[in-house]
Design a protein around this ligand. Sequence first.
Ligand SMILES: Nc1nc2c(c(=O)[nH]1)N[C@H]1C(S)=C(S)[C@@H](COP(=O)(O)OP(=O)(O)OC[C@H]3O[C@@H](n4cnc5c(=O)[nH]c(N)nc54)[C@H](O)[C@@H]3O)O[C@H]1N2
Ligand SMILES: Nc1nc2c(c(=O)[nH]1)N[C@H]1C(S)=C(S)[C@@H](COP(=O)(O)OP(=O)(O)OC[C@H]3O[C@@H](n4cnc5c(=O)[nH]c(N)nc54)[C@H](O)[C@@H]3O)O[C@H]1N2
Ligand SMILES: [Mo]
Length: 706
Amino acid sequence: MTDLERRIQGKIPGADTGIEVRQEVCDICAPGPHCGVDCYVRDGKIIKVEGTKNHPVNHGLLCPRGQANRQYVYRENRIQTPLRRVGPRGSGRFEPIGWEEALDEAAGRMLGYKRESGPESVAFFSGYNKWYRPFLQRLTYAFGSPNYGTESSCCFTASIMAWKLLTGAEKCSPDIAHCGLYLAWAYSGYYSAYLSAQPTLNAHQRGMKIIVIDHRYTHMAERSADLFLQIRPGTDAALAFCFANLLIQRDWIDREFIRDRVHGYETYKAYVSRFTPEYTQQLTGVPAEKILRAVDMMHQYGPVAINENGAALLHHRNGMQTYRAIMSLTALMGTFDRPGGNIPTYMTYAHSMAGFETGEPAFSAELRPALRPVGAERYPIWYDTVHQMQAMDLPRQIREGRPYPIKMLWAHGLDYRMWPDSPGMLRALETVDFFVDVDLFMTDSARYADIVLPACSGFERGEFRVFGGRHAAYTRPVIAPLYESRPDTDILFDLARRLELKDELITSDYDTCLGYMLRHNPSIDLARLKEEPYPVRVDEPVHVPGTWRFQTPTGKFEIYSERIARFSGQGFSPIPTWREPLAGDGDRYPFTMCSGIRRPNVLHSRLHDMPWLQSLFPEPYAEINREDGRRLGIQTGDTVEIFTGQNTISMRAVLTDFTMPGTILTYHGHREADVNSLMGQSDCDPYSGFPAFKSYRCGLRKRGAE
Ligand SMILES: Nc1nc2c(c(=O)[nH]1)N[C@H]1C(S)=C(S)[C@@H](COP(=O)(O)OP(=O)(O)OC[C@H]3O[C@@H](n4cnc5c(=O)[nH]c(N)nc54)[C@H](O)[C@@H]3O)O[C@H]1N2
Ligand SMILES: Nc1nc2c(c(=O)[nH]1)N[C@H]1C(S)=C(S)[C@@H](COP(=O)(O)OP(=O)(O)OC[C@H]3O[C@@H](n4cnc5c(=O)[nH]c(N)nc54)[C@H](O)[C@@H]3O)O[C@H]1N2
Ligand SMILES: [Mo]
């Protein structure tokens, strides 16, 4: 082997090896962390990836999923050309067609349904991906349909609802840098948000105390908890009420803040008084003396900051109320909008929080028609606060046609296994007249589409992004789009131009729209950003703690929500309330299934087939408490059946002492063991519409045992 060959094999960049290092951003779990990636490119192909050292977000780190980016981009089932279905739905029989033909046909159908059944009969949907959403949402509304909906119908939006109802803010981040005690409430860090773990550990080392509240003994609990409260899934509201009760009884509250800035204190005080430590122990499983110890610590070590959680606390049938209960503690303690507490922040751009505002929310929503979207009847509080389609109700409406028919579905990255009662969503895909799916890969959902369009990955496109700490970037593609794939936004503009729309923006182009969204952000210069390989710090005004003006009907922190009070007649409670979390059929099913607990090697449906990542955990598995295993004669490695009235699935058992007896922890999106097929549609949180993914009743047995 020559020296040059060795250097090529070693992937050494240089003019002689023809290997160049180009910067991109990992798109696998964006917009979570947005980690910078160095891509080693040779002959137009990515041959290696590693974390970008001088990237302000990840500083050279990459998680296992990010490390596997090369396998992700070059997966065998990438869709290569636009396709038209020629076999029955689900058969996977398609013929390649050209882009013009595909978009003409889709646009023709859309206009036809609009004429025959109204614009609302066409629904627009986005899966987990966020980067193109502003454009998709504007296009939906410009077309005249109210039915823009996304995966966020079951992810984090219920927390936004809670904050909006309480304060008018959308998100309130814990101020870890200045707090004395961190309530790591449903926070494990290591798997779901790995970049947040180190700052938390650093703060702990400087003296910040940590109370971990989780049903699983997590790494965070093991390594850094000063106190660990092991709690039954979904019972967290009771714990928050008990904390409130004890803080009030001991007069460890901020009376001035409550007097001047809180609405509903007296009603709430009366309500929480029944949550004694003993009663709360019965509901939550947390020993009374530990609850008392936690409250002592909150008093002794404040200011207290509380973790913002996007899913684990919300995936219960009382999730939104639970969130309101927990965050109402910031009003009692006076830590809302105070250093060391929870500070309001902005959703800056496409669901990313960078600390400053842009015109993106207005761009996305300003053309919203007055028509009522899917889910508005069933989930009125959702509709009142979010205004979008509640996509959890979409399968029902497609199948039943009530209150009006949905004829066509235009989707980007739709995965039917995201919904509870996933078979019901699949039936909806069979029922709907016309279905277009835009995805990178030929997924099990895309197989049901009439037209399938190939999107390119984040490495094959350039795009505007923002990052925490007031950073912005305009990425550049590191390789050309594979096959005939294209960026979702290009597809959307080409569609928009075919829809006879009056809106000049959504029929223009990406940069023109960005210019409009950023017209009040003078420090962001797109041309300059395009020249920069790394994110640039921008000089935009940020929220100053202590200056928040409550955007609520009373202009105060509304523990008693006047907005919800308007719906009291429909059984909704203006103050946070308790409800037993278990969803699903009655007592025949003694276990609590907590599904979708984040794991290091998976992200929803999209990574289950990837060899490197799959090698870490080759099969779907369920974590089962060792005691339960002993009782049922189950050992690690056995195949177990998890069952409900809806369905039965099989997984490998992994016995552990880290879970609570009676709980089963699983992951979702597996083709061969789809947990969502075990769940019904009827048990969603009535406030938010969120499914009870994390506290569903089920049965468990060793395969073969009856
Ligand atoms: N690796 C990886 N990272 C991800 C994702 C992924 O699929 N894989 N998904 C991303 C997405 S879309 C989301 S929404 C976020 C979710 O992010 P998180 O909600 O942080 O995700 P989890 O790690 O499942 O949950 C955090 C902790 O809450 C605990 N928990 C679960 N249920 C309860 C409960 O009822 N009460 C209490 N007190 N604790 C509970 C879990 O045991 C866990 O330790 O993760 C994001 N990051
Ligand atoms: N049981 C259970 N179910 C859950 C959860 C749980 O915890 N438990 N979590 C819920 C939560 S929080 C979430 S966020 C959802 C996740 O919901 P999903 O939307 O199911 O997430 P993914 O499977 O990651 O992505 C969907 C599709 O997007 C495609 N895709 C990736 N990048 C692009 C792109 O740039 N353009 C286009 N057009 N497509 C792209 C992927 O190939 C994939 O097919 O699942 C929810 N469902
Ligand atoms: Mo999520």
